[in-house]
Design a protein. Structure first.
Length: 221
């Protein structure tokens, strides 16, 4: 097996074991055994544990600084089509989670164990998502297309819907007994809820009027 192929094989085995047993429960010796190589071969390709962790994120395209989270919806961004932007991002994330639940489990293990991979993922990927998507939201707020609310709040609400759906499907409800819906339909509905809410125009108006009355009542006290 060529060097690059062997490196990729070791990496895939490591990701599988980490996702199944966690980081504390997996040794380089076990990775070598499962990959059918010597432990020395593992260290030949990954001189340190940090190199192995970085390679995992790199394999998942999370470490490339030039990667733009909005790239997959570039045309929609140019058109300032907010629905298409958020729907496209959600669909891409849901498809990735569905096709690679192993990586999602690996990240959960890393977070629960307070492993350094979790921090690397946060710094290299999550922060970038907040920065880039937050920039788009602020631009649309200046255009008058979105209400004045902190962009991180919008992003967290959006990611929360997507991640909760994926976690349900990958971990707790794999048969989708609670909600059986395609990724495309879920992405479309999540985007619409984010941008337009779940209430009717009449209910929103009633709620707004009620809030104004409550504010005036408090002001008189």
């Amino acid at each position: 097996m060529a060097g690059d192929e062997r490196r990729l094989q070791i990496l895939r085995v490591a990701m599988r074991l980490f996702s199944q047993r966690g980081f504390r429960g997996t040794t380089t010796k076990e990775i070598a055994l499962a990959a059918g190589v010597s432990e020395a071969m593992v260290f030949r390709h990954f001189a340190t544990k940090e190199a192995l962790y970085s390679a995992i994120l790199d394999q998942k395209a999370c470490l490339h600084d030039e990667m733009d989270p909005l790239q997959i919806v570039g045309d929609a961004v140019k058109r300032k089509d907010d629905l298409a932007v958020f729907e496209g991002i959600a669909l891409n994330a849901l498809n990735q989670h569905e096709s690679d639940p192993e990586f999602q489990r690996l990240l959960l293990h890393s977070a629960l164990e307070e492993h350094e991979l979790a921090q690397m993922f946060w710094e290299k990927f999550v922060r970038r998502v907040y920065r880039v998507l937050g920039g788009y939201i602020r631009e649309r707020q200046r255009d008058g297309a979105m209400i004045a609310i902190d962009p991180p709040v919008v992003i967290r609400a959006f990611i929360g819907m997507v991640m909760h759906h994926s976690l349900n499907n990958n971990l707790w409800d794999r048969r989708q007994t609670l909600l059986k819906i395609s990724n495309a339909a879920a992405a479309r509905k999540f985007a619409r809820i984010l941008l337009f809410g779940a209430a009717t125009d009449k209910a929103r108006a009633r709620g707004l009027n009620g809030s104004k009355k409550l504010i005036r009542k408090k002001a008189r006290k």
